[in-house]
Design a binder for this molecule. Structure first.
Ligand SMILES: *Cc1c(COP(=O)(O)O)cnc(C)c1O
Ligand SMILES: [Zn+2]
Length: 446
C-alpha cells in the first residue's frame, strides 16, 4: 500500500508504487498509448478516454466458481459486483476483504415480463431491475469499484457532476468509506428524490448555474487543481464495476445468452461497460456467444443516435428530455460506446418523451416500476420490434436502470394534472370523496 502526495504543481505523485504491481493497465481508446494501472489519470495525453485492460491470461474464473459464490455468506461474494472481482478490480482477496467499500450492491431481480412483453411485441421479455440497488440505480455498481480504488489510492475526497443518481450513489459510498464528497449539480435539474439523498448522506452539494455539461466541465477542472478523485463515468473504474450488470444477467439466466440486451444511453458509460464485460466473459469461455446490444436514447438528447445513423463522430447537442438521467448532450464515453456496440453487433435507436412516458406507465402498472430514463428501454424495444430489428420470438433482456421513486413529481403529475407535451394515456388519478360510506361504495363499484 502507498499514500499519494501532491507535487508542487498539484501533480499527483505516486509516492511508493514500487513493489506494487497490478495485473491491469490503462490504455487510450484513441491512440492506444498505455499507462500503469494505478496511475492517477482519467484521460490520455492525447485527451482520449481510458480503458482498464485486464490481463486475463491467468484468470481461472469458471461458471462453477461463480455459482458456488451464490451460496457464500462473505460480503464480497454477496455483492453482485465483487462476486465477479477477478474481472472488476483484481487486487487480490486479502486486499479486497480489507478495503472493499460495499453495500451488497447488485443481486437485483431479473423479472419475467411476458405479459408486458406481449404489449410491446416480444413474448420472451425479461427486465433486470437495477433500481433495486442500495441507492436506487445501477450507479452503485460503478461506485463501489471507484470508491474502493480511491481508498486503495489513499484519496480523502471524491467529486462528481450529476443530475441525480451518480451523486446519490457517490455520497453514500463516500460516507461509508469516510471520505469527503462534493457534488456538482445543474441548478433546478435534479430530481428531488436524488437531491435528498445527496444532502442526507452528507455530501457538499454545489448547485451550478448551467446544465449537466457545464457542471461536468467544472468538476474536471476542480478535481485536477484540488487533488480530488473524480468519479464520473469518465473514471475507467466506474465502467469496470458496471460490467457486473451483464455478468449477473448471464448468471441469472444460467449462462444461457439472450438474443438482445436493451438499455438507455446518456453519458454512455453503461452500454460501454456491459459490452466490455461480455466480451471479456466470452474470451474466458464462460459464455459461448455474445448477445446483441440496443442502446436507446431520448429524441431530445440523441447525439449517439445521430452519429450512429450518419456514420460521423458525435456532435454535442443541447439536451432536452423528461428522462433526466439521460438528458446529456455531450456524452463523454461515446467512442468506447461505439466500439462496444460494434463488437456486439448492436444498434442505436431513439424514442420521444411521449413514448417514454407510455412505456413507463406500462412498466409501473406491471407492478415493477422504474424512473423515466429506465423506461426508454421498453419504449425502445417496442420501436425495434415494430421496425423488424428485434424479432417477436427473440429473447430480450431490458435493463431498468433506476427506481420509480427517483422522480415522484413526474409520476404524480402524469397521473393528475398532466405534463406539457405528454399525453397521459394511462392516467390513474386519485379520487376525492367525502367521508360517507355510501359515496365510497359508489366509487368502488363504478
Ligand atoms: C446514469 C443513468 C442512465 C444513463 O447511463 P449512462 O451510462 O450515462 O449512459 C440511465 N438511467 C439511469 C436511471 C441512470 O442513473
Ligand atoms: Zn491517446
Amino acid at each position: 500500500m502507498f499514500a499519494l502526495r501532491w507535487g508542487s504543481k498539484h501533480e499527483v505523485v505516486l509516492a511508493s508504487t514500487m513493489g506494487e504491481s497490478v495485473t491491469w493497465h490503462l490504455a487510450c481508446v484513441v491512440c492506444e498509448a498505455t499507462y500503469p494501472g494505478l496511475e492517477m489519470r482519467y484521460r490520455c495525453d492525447c485527451s482520449g478516454t481510458l480503458d482498464v485492460v485486464h490481463d486475463l491470461s491467468h484468470c481461472t474464473l469458471t461458471r462453477e466458481k461463480l455459482d458456488a459464490r451464490l451460496a457464500s455468506k462473505t460480503p464480497l461474494d454477496r455483492s453482485g459486483v465483487w462476486r465477479f472481482r477477478e474481472l472488476i478490480l483484481p487486487l487480490g482477496e486479502e486486499v479486497l476483504e480489507a478495503i472493499a467499500v460495499t453495500r451488497g450492491e447488485g443481486s437485483t431481480h431479473l423479472y419475467e415480463a411476458s405479459t408486458l412483453g406481449a404489449r410491446v411485441g416480444v413474448a420472451n421479455l425479461w427486465l433486470k431491475h437495477e433500481g433495486e440497488n442500495p441507492t436506487g440505480s445501477f450507479k452503485d455498481r460503478g461506485m463501489t469499484a471507484a470508491i474502493t480504488l480511491a481508498k486503495h489510492l489513499g484519496m480523502g475526497a471524491v467529486a462528481c457532476a450529476s443530475t441525480g443518481n451518480t451523486s446519490a450513489s457517490m455520497a453514500s459510498y463516500a460516507a461509508r468509506a469516510g471520505m469527503d464528497a462534493i457534488v456538482f449539480i445543474p441548478e433546478g435539474e435534479i430530481a428531488f428524490g436524488k437531491l435528498s439523498q445527496s444532502l442526507a448522506y452528507g455530501a457538499k452539494t454545489i448547485q451550478i448555474e448551467g446544465d449537466f455539461d457545464d457542471a461536468m466541465e467544472l468538476v474536471q477542472k476542480v478535481c485536477d487543481s484540488e487533488g480530488i478523485y473524480l468519479v464520473n463515468s469518465i473514471n475507467p473504474f466506474r465502467i469496470e464495476g458496471q460490467k457486473a450488470i451483464g455478468f449477473e444477467i448471464m448468471q441469472d439466466l444460467d449462462w444461457q445468452v439472450p438474443d438482445w440486451i436493451v438499455l438507455p444511453g446518456g453519458n454512455l458509460g453503461n452500454n460501454t461497460a456491459i459490452a466490455k464485460g461480455l466480451v471479456e466473459l466470452h474470451q474466458l469461455g464462460i459464455i459461448q456467444r455474445l448477445p446483441r446490444l440496443a442502446v436507446v436514447q431520448a429524441a431530445g438528447a440523441n447525439p449517439l443516435y445521430t452519429a450512429w445513423t450518419s456514420g460521423e463522430d458525435v456532435v454535442p447537442v443541447k439536451a432536452d428530455t423528461i428522462a433526466s438521467a439521460i438528458k446529456i448532450g455531450s456524452p463523454v464515453s461515446w467512442r468506447k460506446s461505439m466500439r462496444g456496440i460494434e463488437a456486439l453487433n448492436g444498434v442505436v435507436t431513439e424514442v420521444t418523451d411521449d413514448q417514454i412516458m407510455d412505456a413507463k406507465a406500462m412498466v409501473d402498472a406491471a407492478g415493477i416500476g422504474a424512473e423515466p430514463a429506465s423506461c426508454a428501454t421498453v419504449a425502445g424495444i417496442k420501436r425495434l420490434v415494430e421496425e423488424g430489428t428485434i424479432k417477436p420470438h427473440e429473447k430480450v433482456v431490458g435493463i431498468l436502470t433506476g427506481h420509480l421513486l427517483k422522480d415522484p413529481d413526474v409520476v404524480v403529475n402524469y397521473h393528475t394534472e398532466g405534463i406539457e407535451g405528454i399525453e397521459s394515456r394511462y392516467a390513474n388519478a386519485p379520487i376525492s370523496s367525502s367521508a360517507e360510506i355510501d359515496e365510497i361504495r359508489k366509487i368502488i363499484r363504478s
